[in-house]
Design a protein around this ligand. Structure first.
Ligand code: SPV
Ligand code: MN
Length: 601
């Protein structure tokens, strides 16, 4: 295989590839190369020199533009039709006739044939980059490995920030099990955007642990180790009896050196990032691998970077992230923001008025209007930043612990104006998994004051990333807990309750009080009020916590508004959730009996 690759590689690059111990990996690379036909190949070993080379190539390829204020700040544009994950064209590859409830899937052989046809000669005249990564800390039994093959320097650059480069592991060991990610941006137009959007495909093969992505640049579709590996990881965990979750991992400090760790799943726009950043310690902001270690659930963050929404990030509400994004020494890739005429970046939320520049639509801003006559904003609502998690002052050094952190509680955060209380503890793991995790919903729109928006079902906040049936995913959580000596507690939170006037009843900072309450609960320090749907805080405890944490009063009238059990809304919700799972054949019977009990209570 190496010999066949000679024409594509300098002797230096060939030398790097020759050190890879797994012959079948090199053989796969040969097959890919002969089909996609890149003009050259670069191997990323993670050395400073290689990392620099990739940053430089991203700029030379016009995938990134350098800020004139910081050489390590770059701007990337995905293209105006390529600004988000493509649900419709993302498919899980399955065997013949296999359908996964609520998951977009297709037959493996057919999809493979289709995507390989699209790949034919697609890298002609382009450089291929090959990167080796760890999806987790080094030397950890939690860690998965991944090999990225792409023609996008932006993709490898992102991965160099978001993951640990682990080339050396592949040179030492020929028995690594690894995921493979094959990506091509495809032909690019004069803006540098993927041109053949109608041939955009994201196909995921959990059996062979390989993902295919083509004619797209948006990181959620292309950065293999992000959401593509999440789907592979979910599947592997399902087979092996552990959990791969779309969850942050945070720590809350208590008295002495006591720390309680929580993982948390929130659908987009429900406060996931802001909860992670308000905590005492951050281990992860997006993904968690949770395994049973000697009867204890322990969690590892497979990532070391953040791919966060930048829209609205401002110096008052998001001081820490803002500081990182404007620092002279941080490395950041800004995606789909405004690249101003003086080479600076500007996004909605940044201090000061934006200077004119090029926006995500490839237009000079301010300038053109969209087809409805509205001005095109300077930066896109899904504009993003990619940066290292180690810039956070409260990053927990245990992010590198090969055995992860013990999980005391699992938090599920919904967005509804009228059902869930701000914080509630489930009666036990099973009750929590059913009524909090598996029942998670988020209001899509709250545009009309006082009126409930459309509720989107999003179990465990992972619906978009499931490679197995939601019923099987619930069953996995049941199985997982049965082997533990003590299950984590399960919490539901809701930051979006509204009063009769349509205004939010809680403030952003109140999250700290709910987190503090959970921290004290897992240590058995506080009693609670038992309600039909779970345990809620006692009023006097909250008076105390509001005072200590935020120096705020907490009036009893507010307590009553917040912690009323809204019976009709709960019954409606149970009805909605029941109807969804009634259509999912492998939903465990226990799920329905727990839901029925809740209804009766
Ligand atoms: C999410 O949508 O949950 C994200 C961004 O974290 S993406 O990588 O696009 O999935
Ligand atoms: Mn996410």
């Amino acid at each position: 295989s190496l010999n066949a690759l000679k024409p594509y590689m300098s002797s230096r690059e060939l030398g790097k590839l020759a050190r890879i111990r797994d012959c079948s990996l090199v053989e796969w690379i040969r097959q890919v190369v002969e089909h996609l036909k890149p003009s050259s190949i670069f191997i990323n070993t993670g050395s400073e020199e290689d990392l620099d080379y990739i940053r430089r190539r991203a700029v030379e390829n016009k995938e990134e533009y350098v800020s004139s204020y910081n050489q390590l700040h770059t701007v990337h544009f995905d293209g105006v039709r390529d600004l988000a994950r493509d649900r419709g064209n993302t498919k899980i590859m399955t065997g013949k006739g296999v359908k996964i409830p609520l998951v977009n899937s297709g037959e493996r052989e057919e999809l493979k044939k289709e995507v390989w046809e699209i790949y034919r000669d697609i890298m002609r005249g382009k450089e291929m980059f090959i990167g080796f990564y760890c999806f987790g800390p080094r030397g950890s039994p939690f860690t998965l490995y991944g090999v990225q093959v792409t023609d996008s320097a932006y993709v490898v650059h992102s991965e160099n920030i978001l993951y640990r480069v682990c080339y050396d592991e592949f040179t030492r060991n020929d028995r690594i099990e690894y995921m493979r990610f094959l990506h091509s941006s495809g032909e690019r137009d004069e803006n540098g955007w993927s041109k053949n959007i109608s041939k955009r495909r994201i196909y995921i093969d959990p059996e062979e642990m390989i993902t295919y992505s083509v004619n797209t640049q948006y990181a959620g579709n292309t950065v293999g180790l992000k959401k593509l590996s999440l789907r592979l990881c979910v599947y592997k965990g399902f087979r092996e009896g552990w959990l791969c979750e779309h969850m942050f991992i945070i720590g809350m400090k208590g008295s002495g050196d006591r720390v309680a760790y929580f993982t948390g799943a929130f659908p987009a726009g429900c406060g996931k990032t802001s909860t992670a950043l308000i905590a005492d310690l951050v281990v992860g902001d997006d993904l968690a691998i949770i395994r049973n270690v000697d009867g204890v659930a322990r969690a590892v963050n497979p990532e070391v970077g953040m791919f966060g929404i930048i829209d609205g990030v401002n110096p008052v509400d998001d001081a820490e992230i803002y500081k990182i994004l404007t620092s002279r020494t941080s490395e950041v890739i800004f995606a789909n923001v405004l690249y101003t005429e003086d080479g600076d970046v500007w996004w909605n939320g940044k201090e000061g008025a934006p200077k004119p520049g090029v926006n995500y639509a490839g237009e000079w801003w301010p300038g053109k209007r969209d087809e409805n006559g509205n001005p095109i904003p300077p930066s896109h609502p899904n504009a993003r930043f990619t940066t290292s998690i180690f810039y956070l002052s409260r990053v927990d050094p245990r992010i590198n612990d090969p055995m992860g952190v013990p999980v005391s509680g699992m938090i599920f955060g919904g967005r509804d104006s009228d059902t869930w209380v701000p914080v509630e503890e489930a009666f036990d793991w099973f009750h929590g998994i059913v009524t909090k995790g598996a029942s998670l919903e988020s209001e899509r729109t709250t545009a009309v004051l006082g009126q409930a928006g459309v509720r989107e079902f999003n179990p465990f906040a992972i619906l978009d990333f499931l490679s197995i049936s939601p019923g099987a995913f619930i069953d996995l959580h049941f199985r997982f807990a049965r082997e533990l000596s003590q299950s984590p507690k399960v919490y539901g939170v809701n930051y979006f309750l509204r009063g009769e006037d349509g205004r939010f009843l809680t403030e952003k900072v109140d999250k700290r009080v709910w987190l503090r309450w959970m921290e004290k609960r897992v240590h058995g320090e506080l009693d609670a009020v038992e309600t039909p749907t779970g345990y809620i805080p006692i009023y006097s405890d909250l008076v105390d916590l509001f005072n200590k944490e935020l120096g705020k009063e907490f009036p009893e009238s507010l307590y009553e508004k917040l912690f009323t059990v809204r019976v009709k809304q709960h019954l409606d919700k149970i009805e909605r959730i029941w109807r969804i799972y009634a259509e999912i054949p492998d939903t465990p019977a226990l799920f329905f009996s727990i839901l029925k009990e809740e209804k009766q209570r």
